[in-house]
Design a protein around this ligand. Structure first.
Ligand code: AMP
Ligand code: GLY
Length: 425
């Protein structure tokens, strides 16, 4: 199959690795990619991937069997619509369906209409409305920008003044959402959707905060692991949990969007809070999660490309659930100095070959590029790479991931040392 993947992060590198692992063999092109992706497949740069016409022109000029859209910005800009209109299968929702991620108020409305369990939320357009909502919903306070904010638009705090300050910042750009605080364990569970039928992948847990012990600001994600052995406690086993999320959340939301004539075709990311046996939605995303994808896809044993193509063509009906290896996967993000506020970039990154030499370990690139002279690898953004290790158990996977990280040098960089520690006694 000839496949064009749009994006440049570790998520896209993990998708490419997974596509390449298929013995059927695929011809993969990535736009724009990064230095790590360019070392395994051809990368192109034909302008902005968030420009629907540019993407449509590219696939007309150089036809492919499937387009896979990695990040949310192109989806919200209507890139999938432009490709689909040209009759080319695309894994990624339309602009209308991607509002599930692009507008938190839209997502709340769809959840209410579909009867999906979630926290209470109040949309506020003025500071007075925010104050009333904070008092009504109580502490800890949760204040969110309504639109996209790369994981940084959310503040969870017991400090009312800080909550108001956060609201003030985002009110300048539009409305904010004040939400009921949901306590419990966060779980990310992905579903492939063809607009009608959904197929689950395996659950993962993401570490959103910057520092060990869940301190510091929210980030795009500092690490992840999969599977989640502790789900067995409340649900009996992982399969029972997954079936409940499918029946109570994924199917109803996909059915609701189908009824509204905006079918969701692509990856439905369910961001959940699990408390005892209660499951509620914190958010939906309209694409694979990062860094969860880096730990979920290496465990997938069913070939990925046919699944994505079947979803894009509306042909998931009757397909068996994708299968996963029971092995433990741990992913740790290496971030630049200054991340998330003001990452310092263009620093030399070394030791990757030695790191990749640790058994069961892959270095998945996010923000890397080659210097002009091509001989030096440089950092080019906040989250620079994910070290992903597989093991027979979490202790082995963790020890592999951290041994590999020890071998990587990036001045000023940081990573969390507690990823998956809770599942590795
Ligand atoms: P979001 O951008 O909606 O994914 O929120 C980012 C992170 O903020 C989530 O992963 C949670 O850790 C936290 N968060 C968001 N909403 C809530 C909520 N209602 N209750 C508790 N934590 C939340
Ligand atoms: N890991 C969080 C996200 O992808 O949005």
């Amino acid at each position: 199959m000839r496949i064009l993947v749009l994006g440049s992060g570790a998520r896209e590198h993990a998708i490419v690795d997974s596509l390449l692992a298929d013995p059927a063999g695929h011809d993969i092109v990535v736009w724009p990619g990064n230095a790590g992706i360019a070392s395994v497949v051809r990368c192109i740069d034909a302008g902005s991937i968030a420009d629907p016409e540019a993407v449509a022109q590219q696939v007309l000029a150089d036809p492919v069997d499937l387009v896979v859209v990695g990040p949310e910005a192109p989806l919200i800009a209507g890139v999938a619509d432009a490709v689909r209109e040209r009759g080319i299968p695309v894994f990624g929702p339309s602009r209308a369906a991607a509002r599930l991620e692009g507008s938190k108020a839209f997502a709340k409305r769809v959840m209410a209409d579909a009867g999906i369990p979630t926290g209470r939320a109040v949309r506020a357009g003025t500071l007075e409305e925010v104050e009333a909502a904070l008092d009504r919903l109580g502490s800890p306070h949760v204040v969110k920008a309504d639109g996209l904010a790369a994981g940084k638009g959310v503040l969870v705090t017991a400090d009312r003044a800080a909550a108001l300050d956060h609201a003030r910042t985002y009110l300048e750009e539009g409305s904010v959402l004040v939400e009921e605080h949901l306590a419990g364990e966060e779980v990310s569970l992905f579903f492939l959707s063809d607009g009608h039928t959904v197929l689950p992948l395996s659950p993962a847990q993401d570490y959103k905060r910057l520092t060990d012990g869940d301190g510091g600001p929210n980030t795009g994600g500092m690490g992840a692991y999969s599977p989640l052995p502790w789900l067995a406690g409340a649900f009996g086993d992982e399969a029972a949990f997954v079936a409940r999320v499918r029946d109570e959340i994924a199917r109803p939301v996909v059915a609701q969007l189908e009824r509204e004539d905006t079918p969701f075709i692509g990856l439905l990311y369910c961001g959940l809070i699990v408390d005892g046996d209660s499951i509620r939605v914190i958010e939906f995303n309209a694409r694979f999660g990062d860094p969860e994808t880096q730990v979920v896809l290496p465990r997938l044993t069913t070939p990925l490309a046919p699944l994505l193509l079947a979803a894009a063509r509306g042909e998931l009906g009757g397909a068996p659930d994708p299968e996963f290896s029971p092995r433990a996967a741990v992913g740790v993000v290496l971030a630049s100095e200054g991340y998330p506020e003001a990452p310092i970039v263009a620093r030399p990154l070394t030791g990757l070959e030695a790191a990749a030499g640790v058994p069961g370990t892959r270095i998945v690139h996010a923000a890397t590029r080659r210097s002009e002279s091509e001989d030096v690898l440089l950092s080019s953004g906040g989250r620079v790479l994910t070290v992903v290790a597989l093991g027979d158990d979490f202790a082995q996977a963790r020890s592999r991931a951290y041994t590999a990280l020890d071998r990587i040098e990036l001045p000023g960089s940081r990573y969390r040392t507690d990823i998956a520690a809770r599942v590795a006694p």
